[in-house]
Design a protein around this ligand. Structure first.
Ligand code: ADP
Length: 267
């Protein structure tokens, strides 16, 4: 631990007496380091698409580009502006979640309903990637949360399970009750994650394979948003994975009162 000690004479007292203030600055240093790392990361993440955008504009300015080349650079502009938009949306979401105290949109949410909506929304993406998306929910369970944020939480996990899958693979989303908690599992048959990454996986901008993540348009913030949202609702998130076999991301959320979730109630 590091301490800063300030010693100063007390006004009006004889010189033998002094006031010592001891401040633990370890945490302050750590926070400052985290802040500057975050700024460096954001700057890098913003600069990468901006470099592609300005490069494409320069090349498009030249009059002698054929139609095929122009089309190619327009596509680059499309992809990179979309990347910037997603990055800004994710950063905004993270800062809102971190500062969320009283959330007026919190209500009694039916997890089965929210999961179904999420799966329906992401079915086209799964079909495009040739990945089967299966929902296995056998009951309604109610938690206190904002429906939009639950969509974001489950959406991020299901999108990842599709993005980091293999063609012909599958994603299975399940909802089960364990005592007074709901356990949502998003299990895929994708590329898997080596255990040495588990500790840092939920950090902002941490990626296992940076080039693959960028190629498929990842912002590196998805899992960080998932972790913060689970914590916001008093829950937690965990992961099990095996390289080449797939991953299983599990979210545990506290259930609303026993009255809202009577034991043994089927859907
Ligand atoms: P990204 O936008 O890069 O997907 P995330 O925060 O959502 O960022 O995920 C962080 C990293 O964790 C990803 O870059 C990827 O390497 C890894 N990852 C996340 N989900 C999965 C998954 N289901 N299978 C394999 N790797 C995953």
């Amino acid at each position: 631990k590091q301490f800063t000690v300030y010693v100063s004479p007390i006004a009006g007292q004889k010189q033998e007496s002094a006031l010592a203030v001891i401040t633990d600055v370890t945490l302050m240093h750590k926070l400052e380091q985290m802040r500057s790392e975050f700024v460096a990361n954001v700057t890098h993440e913003l600069k990468t698409p901006l470099t592609s955008i300005s490069g494409s504009i320069e090349l498009l300015k030249s009059a002698d580009r054929d139609e095929g080349t122009r089309r190619y650079f327009y596509d680059v502009l499309d992809i990179e502006t979309e990347r910037l938009r997603r990055l800004i949306d994710d950063m905004l979401a993270l800062s809102q979640i971190e500062n969320a105290r009283e959330d007026p949109s919190v209500c009694s949410c039916n997890l089965a309903e929210e999961l179904k909506q999420c799966v329906d929304r992401l079915l086209p993406m799964a079909q495009k990637s040739n990945v089967a998306l299966v929902l296995d929910v056998d009951r309604s369970l109610f938690v206190s949360a904002s429906p939009t944020r639950l969509q974001q939480l489950f959406g991020n996990l299901i999108e990842n399970a599709i993005k980091y899958n293999k063609p012909g693979g599958s994603v299975t989303v399940t909802l089960r009750r364990q005592k007074q908690t709901a356990v949502i599992s998003v299990k895929d048959t994708g590329i898997g994650i080596a255990p040495e990454h588990f500790d840092r996986l939920f950090e902002r901008f941490y990626r296992v394979d940076t080039s693959r993540s960028r190629e498929i348009g990842g912002t590196g913030l998805g899992l960080s948003i998932v972790k913060h949202l689970a914590a916001l609702y008093g829950g937690e998130v965990g992961v099990e994975s095996e390289i080449g076999k797939g991953s299983n991301f599990m979210v545990r959320l506290p259930l609303l009162s026993a009255k809202a979730n009577p034991e043994g109630s089927a859907q």
